[in-house]
Write a protein that binds this ligand. Sequence first.
Ligand code: NI
Length: 404
Amino acid sequence: MNNKSLRQAAVSLEEEIISLRRHLHQYPELGFQEFITSQYVASYLEQLGLKVQRGVAGTGVVALLETGRPGPCIAVRADMDALPLEERTGLPFASRHEGAMHACGHDGHMAMALGAARMLTGIQRELAGTVKFIFQPAEEMLGGARHMIDAGVLESPRVDGIIGLHLWPDLPTGRFGVKAGTVMASMDHVDITVHGQAGHGAAPHQGVDAIIAAAQVLSALQVLVSRESDPADAVVLSMGSIHGGSLPNIIADQVEIRGTVRAINAAARERMRSRITGLAQAVAAGLNARADVRYEFGYPPTVNDELWIQYAEEAICGLFGTEAIHRLPHSQMTSEDMAYYMEHVPGAFLLIGTGGTGQGRYPLHHPQLAIDEQSLPYGAAFLAQFVQNFLQGKKEKDFTQEGQ
Ligand code: NI
């Protein structure tokens, strides 16, 4: 089957892929609670004749397409969880689950992977090796990928590499955001408690004002990005939450500040950890207060393998021409637990355009996000094409020559 036929196959599957996505969109579930979602995904894969394992790391699903011929094992990864948001799109297939919405495109990720599974099942006689479809729980904040890896998802059969897509409203439909090396940032969490001493608002000298100390800590921390970081070495510090005090006329004795730190390399992560801790403690101490800093390393940066990005570009080019490739000029400061798989095996994580006009202009995590569904067959075709190239290429280059 040539490149055109996989593109053709995706076009003829368009209606089915969109209806899969709409169904999944209506029943969003939060991390590690993807019960209805994973049943739906597993049933579809079983109907295709794949060997399906349910309940991996809780709600994860792993499906094997075994060609029966020796060859490599390539993993296709999709995430299944939704966000705790109230949908406001007004679409006929909007969320039916109160307080949950597929606002990060994971419904589309599943639909594209299922579409690819269907296409690859149709051409499995031309392939050698195994395709492992990984549908993981809890990508949002909870690191479901790590739980899947702990459950052995990269073993038996051992995965030689992994691919995945993320829908991306900043790019138009039909274009793929591609970057070798670091494509997404790390995501670390910082939690600072500033302790003062309570007192009467009319007698500030008898207490230690935790609110004033917290304000100074917050301002001082901004220096770590604006003055201490190499401007060419992207770092983000966002404090998204601050709570403290009870009444206007009481000196607050405690303030809690919480935030996120994004960086694209290990040195910057470590520097931010050490400087946030030291500076917060020093500033608070200088004001007779005390800062307790809890710093937690979260998702590592997502690092694409150079060779796998080359394979990805070949697949895109063969299907849609070079104009479909958008080389990202720099890393995105968003984060992905796809990073965990790619700490173990080479891989490619690409952004796929799904926006630009109408409701497609809303960003991810927005209650009015409405992806352009026309993008889904592009993604399904890409995943299938990548796998086909890989399992055929390896078959010819590595396996037949080894006489297997
Ligand atoms: Ni996401």
